[in-house]
Design a protein around this ligand. Structure first.
Ligand code: ZN
Length: 246
Protein backbone atom coordinates (compact mmCIF):
# COMPACT_ATOMS: atom_id res chain seq x y z
CA UNK A 1 0.00 0.00 0.00
CA UNK A 2 1.26 3.44 -0.96
CA UNK A 3 -0.21 6.24 1.14
CA UNK A 4 -0.16 9.86 0.18
CA UNK A 5 0.32 11.73 3.48
CA UNK A 6 -1.00 15.28 3.61
CA UNK A 7 -1.34 17.80 6.43
CA UNK A 8 -2.33 21.43 6.98
CA UNK A 9 -3.94 22.07 3.61
CA UNK A 10 -5.62 25.15 5.10
CA UNK A 11 -8.01 25.94 2.27
CA UNK A 12 -5.24 26.45 -0.29
CA UNK A 13 -6.70 24.97 -3.49
CA UNK A 14 -3.77 25.92 -5.74
CA UNK A 15 -1.29 24.11 -3.47
CA UNK A 16 -3.56 21.07 -3.12
CA UNK A 17 -4.04 20.77 -6.89
CA UNK A 18 -0.29 21.03 -7.48
CA UNK A 19 0.34 18.26 -4.94
CA UNK A 20 -2.31 15.98 -6.45
CA UNK A 21 -0.86 16.50 -9.94
CA UNK A 22 2.67 15.89 -8.69
CA UNK A 23 1.68 12.71 -6.84
CA UNK A 24 -0.48 11.27 -9.62
CA UNK A 25 0.07 7.53 -10.02
CA UNK A 26 2.31 7.33 -6.94
CA UNK A 27 -0.28 6.39 -4.29
CA UNK A 28 -3.27 4.13 -3.56
CA UNK A 29 -4.90 6.00 -0.66
CA UNK A 30 -4.80 9.48 0.88
CA UNK A 31 -4.39 10.22 4.61
CA UNK A 32 -4.51 13.64 6.27
CA UNK A 33 -3.26 14.86 9.66
CA UNK A 34 -5.80 17.69 9.92
CA UNK A 35 -6.26 21.43 9.34
CA UNK A 36 -8.17 21.13 6.10
CA UNK A 37 -9.48 24.69 6.47
CA UNK A 38 -8.36 28.00 8.03
CA UNK A 39 -6.05 30.73 6.60
CA UNK A 40 -6.73 30.02 2.90
CA UNK A 41 -9.60 31.31 0.76
CA UNK A 42 -10.86 28.05 -0.80
CA UNK A 43 -12.31 26.05 2.13
CA UNK A 44 -15.42 24.96 0.18
CA UNK A 45 -13.43 23.58 -2.74
CA UNK A 46 -10.93 21.83 -0.46
CA UNK A 47 -13.69 20.24 1.66
CA UNK A 48 -15.49 19.08 -1.51
CA UNK A 49 -12.28 17.30 -2.51
CA UNK A 50 -11.58 15.99 1.00
CA UNK A 51 -15.02 14.44 1.47
CA UNK A 52 -14.38 11.92 -1.28
CA UNK A 53 -10.59 11.72 -1.55
CA UNK A 54 -9.51 11.07 2.06
CA UNK A 55 -9.56 7.52 3.37
CA UNK A 56 -8.01 8.32 6.78
CA UNK A 57 -8.33 11.73 8.38
CA UNK A 58 -8.26 13.37 11.80
CA UNK A 59 -9.20 16.91 12.77
CA UNK A 60 -6.84 19.85 13.29
CA UNK A 61 -7.39 22.81 15.61
CA UNK A 62 -8.62 25.01 12.72
CA UNK A 63 -11.17 22.38 11.65
CA UNK A 64 -12.40 22.31 15.25
CA UNK A 65 -12.42 26.10 15.66
CA UNK A 66 -15.05 26.43 12.91
CA UNK A 67 -17.67 24.83 15.20
CA UNK A 68 -16.10 25.19 18.68
CA UNK A 69 -15.41 28.91 19.33
CA UNK A 70 -13.52 28.22 22.59
CA UNK A 71 -10.59 26.98 20.52
CA UNK A 72 -10.10 30.51 19.12
CA UNK A 73 -8.63 31.77 22.43
CA UNK A 74 -5.24 30.38 21.47
CA UNK A 75 -5.36 31.77 17.88
CA UNK A 76 -3.56 34.82 16.48
CA UNK A 77 -5.86 37.69 15.38
CA UNK A 78 -5.42 36.88 11.67
CA UNK A 79 -6.11 33.16 12.24
CA UNK A 80 -9.23 34.11 14.17
CA UNK A 81 -10.48 36.33 11.33
CA UNK A 82 -9.87 33.53 8.82
CA UNK A 83 -11.79 30.96 10.89
CA UNK A 84 -14.74 33.35 11.35
CA UNK A 85 -14.82 33.99 7.58
CA UNK A 86 -14.57 30.27 6.89
CA UNK A 87 -17.47 29.44 9.23
CA UNK A 88 -19.57 32.04 7.38
CA UNK A 89 -18.90 30.81 3.84
CA UNK A 90 -19.24 27.08 4.55
CA UNK A 91 -22.58 25.31 4.15
CA UNK A 92 -24.21 23.70 7.17
CA UNK A 93 -23.32 20.34 5.62
CA UNK A 94 -19.63 21.23 5.39
CA UNK A 95 -19.56 22.48 8.98
CA UNK A 96 -21.18 19.23 10.07
CA UNK A 97 -18.59 17.27 8.14
CA UNK A 98 -15.79 19.14 9.96
CA UNK A 99 -17.55 18.49 13.26
CA UNK A 100 -17.64 14.77 12.47
CA UNK A 101 -13.87 14.50 12.00
CA UNK A 102 -12.33 12.36 14.73
CA UNK A 103 -9.68 13.62 17.12
CA UNK A 104 -6.24 12.08 16.86
CA UNK A 105 -4.49 9.87 17.51
CA UNK A 106 -5.73 7.50 14.84
CA UNK A 107 -3.93 4.15 14.90
CA UNK A 108 -4.35 2.53 11.51
CA UNK A 109 -3.04 -0.59 9.82
CA UNK A 110 0.71 -0.12 10.19
CA UNK A 111 0.67 3.66 10.55
CA UNK A 112 -0.62 6.38 12.88
CA UNK A 113 -1.98 9.91 12.47
CA UNK A 114 -1.85 12.73 15.03
CA UNK A 115 -2.32 16.46 14.54
CA UNK A 116 -0.06 17.82 17.30
CA UNK A 117 1.20 15.02 19.54
CA UNK A 118 -0.13 11.54 20.45
CA UNK A 119 -1.26 12.80 23.88
CA UNK A 120 -2.30 16.37 22.98
CA UNK A 121 -3.77 17.28 19.59
CA UNK A 122 -2.84 20.95 20.12
CA UNK A 123 0.82 20.49 21.16
CA UNK A 124 3.55 21.74 18.81
CA UNK A 125 6.34 19.21 18.24
CA UNK A 126 8.91 21.46 16.60
CA UNK A 127 12.24 21.12 18.42
CA UNK A 128 14.15 18.09 19.68
CA UNK A 129 13.26 18.96 23.27
CA UNK A 130 9.55 18.86 22.37
CA UNK A 131 9.66 15.15 21.47
CA UNK A 132 11.40 13.84 24.57
CA UNK A 133 9.45 10.77 25.70
CA UNK A 134 7.05 10.91 22.74
CA UNK A 135 8.50 7.63 21.42
CA UNK A 136 6.79 5.84 24.33
CA UNK A 137 3.40 7.08 23.08
CA UNK A 138 3.74 5.71 19.54
CA UNK A 139 1.47 2.69 19.10
CA UNK A 140 2.28 2.50 15.37
CA UNK A 141 5.36 3.39 13.37
CA UNK A 142 5.57 5.41 11.26
CA UNK A 143 3.27 7.88 12.97
CA UNK A 144 2.53 11.03 10.98
CA UNK A 145 1.92 14.47 12.47
CA UNK A 146 1.27 18.03 11.37
CA UNK A 147 0.41 21.30 13.15
CA UNK A 148 3.89 22.92 12.99
CA UNK A 149 3.88 23.18 9.17
CA UNK A 150 7.52 22.08 9.22
CA UNK A 151 8.56 19.10 7.10
CA UNK A 152 10.79 16.62 8.93
CA UNK A 153 10.44 14.43 11.99
CA UNK A 154 12.43 12.10 14.20
CA UNK A 155 13.43 8.50 14.65
CA UNK A 156 14.30 6.53 17.78
CA UNK A 157 16.56 3.52 17.84
CA UNK A 158 18.12 1.91 20.93
CA UNK A 159 17.17 4.93 23.01
CA UNK A 160 18.79 7.41 20.61
CA UNK A 161 16.78 10.10 18.85
CA UNK A 162 17.73 11.59 15.48
CA UNK A 163 16.13 14.06 13.09
CA UNK A 164 14.98 12.88 9.67
CA UNK A 165 16.66 14.15 6.48
CA UNK A 166 14.43 16.31 4.27
CA UNK A 167 14.76 17.80 0.75
CA UNK A 168 17.03 20.86 0.60
CA UNK A 169 15.79 24.06 -1.09
CA UNK A 170 15.72 23.30 -4.83
CA UNK A 171 15.55 19.52 -4.36
CA UNK A 172 12.18 17.93 -5.26
CA UNK A 173 12.44 14.97 -2.90
CA UNK A 174 14.28 12.92 -0.32
CA UNK A 175 13.72 9.15 -0.16
CA UNK A 176 14.40 7.30 3.09
CA UNK A 177 14.17 3.54 3.74
CA UNK A 178 12.49 2.99 7.09
CA UNK A 179 13.84 0.19 9.28
CA UNK A 180 11.33 -2.20 10.86
CA UNK A 181 12.35 -1.96 14.53
CA UNK A 182 12.92 1.81 14.58
CA UNK A 183 10.19 4.22 15.73
CA UNK A 184 9.40 7.06 13.34
CA UNK A 185 7.45 10.27 13.89
CA UNK A 186 7.14 11.90 10.48
CA UNK A 187 5.92 15.37 9.54
CA UNK A 188 5.05 15.52 5.83
CA UNK A 189 5.04 19.33 6.05
CA UNK A 190 2.18 21.65 5.16
CA UNK A 191 0.44 21.57 1.79
CA UNK A 192 -1.12 25.01 2.06
CA UNK A 193 1.02 27.16 4.36
CA UNK A 194 4.63 25.94 4.79
CA UNK A 195 6.58 27.59 7.63
CA UNK A 196 10.01 26.07 7.11
CA UNK A 197 11.31 28.89 4.89
CA UNK A 198 10.56 26.86 1.75
CA UNK A 199 7.36 28.18 0.13
CA UNK A 200 6.82 25.06 -1.98
CA UNK A 201 3.87 22.82 -1.02
CA UNK A 202 5.05 19.88 1.10
CA UNK A 203 3.84 16.29 1.38
CA UNK A 204 5.04 12.70 1.78
CA UNK A 205 4.38 9.24 0.38
CA UNK A 206 4.69 6.12 2.54
CA UNK A 207 5.09 2.85 0.65
CA UNK A 208 4.84 0.14 3.30
CA UNK A 209 5.68 -2.68 0.89
CA UNK A 210 9.06 -1.26 -0.06
CA UNK A 211 9.30 0.53 3.33
CA UNK A 212 10.11 3.72 1.44
CA UNK A 213 9.25 7.15 2.78
CA UNK A 214 9.45 9.97 0.25
CA UNK A 215 9.37 13.60 1.34
CA UNK A 216 8.41 15.85 -1.56
CA UNK A 217 8.15 19.57 -2.37
CA UNK A 218 6.34 21.07 -5.33
CA UNK A 219 5.98 24.60 -6.69
CA UNK A 220 2.46 25.96 -7.07
CA UNK A 221 0.73 29.15 -8.20
CA UNK A 222 1.30 31.17 -5.02
CA UNK A 223 0.15 34.44 -6.63
CA UNK A 224 -3.26 32.99 -7.45
CA UNK A 225 -3.70 31.70 -3.86
CA UNK A 226 -2.65 35.13 -2.57
CA UNK A 227 -5.13 36.92 -4.85
CA UNK A 228 -7.99 34.79 -3.56
CA UNK A 229 -7.05 35.63 0.05
CA UNK A 230 -6.97 39.37 -0.67
CA UNK A 231 -10.17 39.24 -2.76
CA UNK A 232 -11.96 37.46 0.11
CA UNK A 233 -11.07 40.37 2.39
CA UNK A 234 -8.81 38.23 4.59
CA UNK A 235 -5.70 39.76 6.24
CA UNK A 236 -2.89 40.66 3.80
CA UNK A 237 -0.37 38.92 6.11
CA UNK A 238 -1.96 35.55 5.26
CA UNK A 239 -1.18 36.18 1.58
CA UNK A 240 2.31 37.59 2.16
CA UNK A 241 3.53 34.66 4.28
CA UNK A 242 2.83 32.13 1.49
CA UNK A 243 5.61 33.62 -0.65
CA UNK A 244 8.24 33.38 2.09
CA UNK A 245 7.17 30.05 3.57
CA UNK A 246 6.87 31.10 7.18
ZN1 ZN B 1 -2.18 24.07 10.68
Amino acid sequence: MRRLILSDIHGNLEALEAVMRDAQGLYDEVACCGDIVGYGASPREVIRWARTALTSVIRGNHDRAVWEPGVLDSFTPSARIAVAWCAQVLSAGDREWLRGLRAGPFWGDGFGLVHGSPDDEDAYLEYNMDVRGVDRLLRRSPCFLGHTHIQGGWKWHSGRMQQMPIPLPGEPERVVTLVADVLYLINPGSVGQPRDHDPRAAYAIWDDTGRLLTYRRVEYDIESAQRRIVDAGLPQSLATRLAVGR
